[in-house]
Design a protein around this ligand. Structure first.
Ligand code: NAD
Length: 253
């Protein structure tokens, strides 16, 4: 039965974010799911949202797109204002927007470091800060942050990315402690290597080397992450907070 909930997924126009929207829609607990993104195909967010809504095709679930740079404090506030003005509630925020700009530290530019930290980590601060006011007023909510296994174990060539994701994990745990008394749960999902446009850049050799380190010997699918986000966003997970759930085919144990 529909509960008419409202969810926001940042960076939701494709990849893992898009799969999360699809999973949340299948629960039929949401009347409106908003994705914010810096870009969508063709850059007309209304068209992108309508197309996604038609493709997902769950009766009673409306998809909306909002153009926002997740690294911008003002854009994040504007996203939450849009949601509150339009739907007057916000139940779930999935902080999913992220990028990679890989390089060995010797060659990594300041711009490569800053952009990854701003888009992957500061964005989580931006959206969490903007979202908790309405959630506190509503007396509850759920936040799920998409981290990465490399935030736990590091990865050569990803000093910026692994630092940003380790930051997301620390932020998640602190928010879980700060917001528990407000009935807001905050958890993180740490994906391993997932087949998305982000990992499409890997060549065959890199892919083969990676697979050797994955006990289930395959890259994951966006749905593998989305199903865990769906669970963490649901009432079934209401006694879970401050956790990092690794979804990586057994890579990190
Ligand atoms: P993706 O590149 O397919 O999608 C990322 C989305 O974020 C895109 O829609 C992009 O437009 C959006 N985005 C980029 N910069 C933005 C900005 N400044 N503001 C708003 N949106 C922005 O990548 P994905 O693989 O789907 O990654 C989703 C999340 O999962 C990221 O946080 C990523 O770090 C994390 N992750 C992915 C993998 C993987 O193997 N694919 C592994 C671990 C973690």
């Amino acid at each position: 039965m529909s509960e008419n909930k409202v969810a926001l997924v940042t960076g939701g126009s494709r990849g893992i974010g898009r799969a999360i929207i699809e999973e949340l829609a299948q629960t039929k607990n949401y009347s409106d799911i908003v994705f914010s993104d810096i870009a969508c195909q063709g850059d007309d967010f209304e068209v992108c949202a309508k197309q996604m809504e038609n493709e997902i095709g769950v009766d009673g679930v409306h998809i909306h797109g909002f153009k926002a740079d997740a690294s911008s404090f003002n854009d994040a506030q504007a996203t939450i204002d849009f949601i509150m003005e339009r739907f007057e509630r916000l139940d779930v925020v999935v902080n999913n927007a992220g990028i990679t700009r890989d390089n060995l530290l010797l060659r990594m530019s300041e711009e490569e470091f800053d952009s990854v930290i701003n888009i992957n980590l500061k964005s989580v601060f931006n959206y969490t800060k903007a979202a908790i006011r309405p959630m506190i007023k509503q007396k509850g909510g759920t936040i799920v942050n998409i981290a990465s296994v490399v935030g736990l174990i590091g990865n050569a060539g990803q000093a910026n990315y692994s630092a940003s994701k380790a930051g997301v994990i620390g932020f998640t745990k602190t928010m879980a402690k700060e917001l528990a008394s407000r009935n807001i749960t905050v958890n993180a999902v740490a994906p391993g290597f997932i087949e998305t446009p982000m990992t499409a850049k890997l060549n065959d050799n890199q892919r083969e080397a990676l697979q050797k380190n994955i006990p289930l010997s395959r890259l994951g699918k966006p749905e593998d992450i989305a199903k865990v986000v769906r669970f963490l966003s649901s009432a079934d997970a209401n006694y879970i907070t401050g956790q990092v759930i690794t979804v990586d085919g057994g890579m990190v144990m």
